[in-house]
Design a protein around this ligand. Structure first.
Ligand code: GDP
Ligand code: MG
Length: 201
């Protein structure tokens, strides 16, 4: 079994994250926790690339549609449709407009619990309710209510793989194998070395 320190996740700074001047801040937060950047590039993507990204998980349309309908109902609101696929059709259309509106930064981060840790640092999907201290909670103020009213995607600055399975599909969707570099960091020793018992001279 691969060592946990080899876990990888896909992260993208969305176009609004770049426009807000937050690339460095986001990278800093992921570096701070001890994760290692193993791939990075700036690119502009086309609509099919974004559609494919969000539908790599064949269940995404249904699950996100059902989650969105439940979200409306929990707020006492009537969802625009009872059909989860109709809902995600609209979300996906807004997402393609959003994600193709400007450059994005695509990255692969590596380290123990990379998927879960990055999700924790990124925060919940809707910035209005993302926890304080998270990237989405600290740096942006958007909500579903406002983005729905304006007929656009919620601007939440950053994407991060939601699960190990998603990461395994998203990384090769965005990167060729030779664009990802395996290397050692000096700090890997203090994070992972099982026999770190000889620091004192
Ligand atoms: P993420 O992994 O935190 O980005 O969230 P998901 O994978 O669940 O959803 C992907 C994207 O779909 C989000 O970034 C939002 O743009 C959009 N989305 C998800 N849920 C909702 C919702 O309830 N309402 C609206 N308007 N958009 C949503
Ligand atoms: Mg997701």
């Amino acid at each position: 079994m691969a060592h946990p320190k080899k876990e990888r996740t896909f992260v993208a700074v969305k176009p609004d994250g770049i426009q807000r001047g937050l690339i460095g801040e986001m990278i800093k937060r992921l570096e701070n926790v001890g994760l290692k950047l193993v791939a990075m590039k700036m690119l502009t993507v086309d609509i099919p690339h974004v559609e494919k990204h969000y539908t790599l998980d064949p269940e995404w349309r249904r699950v996100t549609g059902e989650k969105t309908i439940a979200g409306y109902k929990s707020k006492g609101l009537t969802p625009p449709s009872e059909d989860p696929f109709e809902i995600t059709g609209k979300i996906l259309k807004n997402l393609t407009t959003y994600m193709t509106s400007g450059p994005v930064i695509a990255m692969v981060w590596e380290g123990a619990h990379a998927v879960k840790l990055v999700r924790k640092l990124v925060g919940g999907t809707e910035p209005l309710t993302s926890d304080v201290g998270t990237i989405r909670g600290d740096y942006v103020l958007d909500s579903y209510a406002m983005s729905d009213q304006d007929g656009r995607a919620v601007r939440n600055l950053i994407h991060a793989s939601g699960s190990l399975e998603d990461a395994a599909k998203e990384i090769p969707h965005w990167f060729k194998q030779d664009e990802i570099t395996s290397y050692r960091l000096v700090q890997d020793e203090i994070l992972y070395d099982a026999s770190l018992d000889n620091i004192l001279e």
